[in-house]
Design a protein around this ligand. Structure first.
Ligand SMILES: C[S@@+](CC[C@H](N)C(=O)[O-])C[C@H]1O[C@@H](n2cnc3c(N)ncnc32)[C@H](O)[C@@H]1O
Length: 383
């Protein structure tokens, strides 16, 4: 449970923007259902965890010190000494550019057929599972079988996907998505159910991706998130279908240079809003990440508020660095609606500290909890 409201840095981000613009670990006993499907994987995954995170595989409470203000600083803490909060004008520029140029970005970014293939396989597996479980011969659609879809983006080992499916959303379909095969297959359960294609070190032959049912209502998919979100939108999984979107401890990229790799400053940011989910849940140990995520919603709202949709088709200079695809994406206009408005009021509430540590949803969360690192949650509810 989250009980404490944290002091907000967001107001300073926004005022600077306005002035410039006028647990404990959980074990899983249910054996996963072994239905892995492999497809050729066309592009090698890139290393995504920051050096900060990749160096954090071991931890001990001895790495924790207390500051005079009582806040614990651990080996994982990201504070102003590691990365200063983004200037309002800088964040505004990124967010507005993303809102203006989403379609161009999606058209020009390299196409990732392996993600589209994995999405197709996922659909087939879900349909097959629903048909097998249905009492009659009629094909059951997702909406008749489940209360909705929960997306667990950047699920890592899938620990959160399992907990969400088993304990929090037993009547939903929960889909964990990650680009890293080694993380997705890190747990013994997941590895065992994959069978002979995996060697003793957990490596899979060649560049392959997979889609796997890990429990009755949960699947793991190896995919690139932007392409996967596009697939969800193209497939009509927006309003009422994907009800909840979890982004748990996304890579924080705590350097100025990597700002545009953080989801809220990334060119795909409006696509996240376009999923139009009922509730987004974003957690991080870096409170500023969540402050800035919330501020980005307000900045996007400001953009959509002040700009007529047809005036914003973007221009090629905005996307000169996004090489590749020339075909038109079927994920349509980025700016015909105010995609940010539904989330505005909860963005204004901002992140709160996670106090109840009885369940660690993810491995990163467990590491942070174990050393007493503070963690925060931003909940964005659609109005
Ligand atoms: C810091 S880890 C957090 C993992 C997990 N949510 C946790 O809290 O333990 C971020 C995860 O996001 C995944 N990721 C980052 N960017 C991605 C992308 N563009 N597409 C798919 N997965 C991505 C990484 O592979 C990594 O597993």
């Amino acid at each position: 449970m989250i009980t404490t409201t944290q002091q907000r840095r967001q107001s300073s981000i926004l005022s600077s923007f306005l002035s410039s613009s006028a647990s404990t670990s959980t074990s899983f006993t249910t054996p996963p259902i072994p239905v892995p499907i492999f497809l050729p994987f066309f592009s090698k995954g890139t290393k995504t965890a920051t050096s900060l995170f990749s160096s954090s595989s071991s931890c001990s409470s001895s790495s924790t010190i207390s500051t005079r203000l009582g806040r614990k600083i651990t080996q994982y803490t990201i504070d102003d000494s590691i990365c200063l909060p983004t200037k309002g004008i800088t964040l505004k520029t990124s967010v507005h550019k993303a809102c203006r140029s989403l379609d161009i970005y999606l058209d020009k970014k390299p196409s990732l057929p392996h993600t589209r293939d994995a999405f197709k396989v996922l659909l087939e597996m879900i349909e097959m599972n629903n048909d097998n479980n249905s009492n009659n011969n009629n094909s059951s659609s997702i909406t008749t079988v489940y209360d909705g879809i929960v997306l667990d983006s950047g699920c890592g080992t899938g620990r959160s996907t399992k907990i969400l499916a088993r304990d929090i959303y037993p009547h939903h379909l929960v889909i964990g998505v990650d680009r890293s095969f080694s993380r997705l297959t890190k747990t013994k359960d997941n590895r065992q159910s994959l069978g002979a294609d995996i060697d003793v070190d957990g490596n899979v032959d060649g560049d392959e991706t997979y889609c796997q049912q890990i429990s009755e209502n949960a699947y793991l998919v190896r995919a690139e998130l932007v392409e996967f979100w596009e697939c969800c939108i193209d497939h009509g999984w927006t309003t009422l279908k994907i009800t909840h979107h979890y982004m748990l401890y996304p890579n924080p990229y705590p350097t100025k240079k990597r700002l545009m790799q953080r989801w809220y400053a990334h060119p795909c940011f409006p696509l996240i809003l376009k999923l139009n989910v009922e509730t987004m849940v974003i957690r991080s140990n870096w409170e500023v990440y969540l402050d800035e995520f919330a501020a980005a919603i307000e900045m996007a709202n400001d953009f959509y508020d002040h700009n007529n949709s047809t005036n914003f088709v973007g221009n090629d200079s905005d996307v000169s660095s996004w090489q590749g695809r020339t075909s038109s994406s079927s994920s349509s206009s980025s700016s015909s609606n105010n995609l940010a408005l539904p989330y505005l009021s909860s963005a204004k509430v901002g992140p709160i500290e996670r106090i109840d540590k009885s369940v660690a949803l993810t491995n990163f969360e467990a590491k942070f909890d174990n050393v007493g690192e503070s963690t925060y949650e931003l909940i964005l509810k659609r109005k």
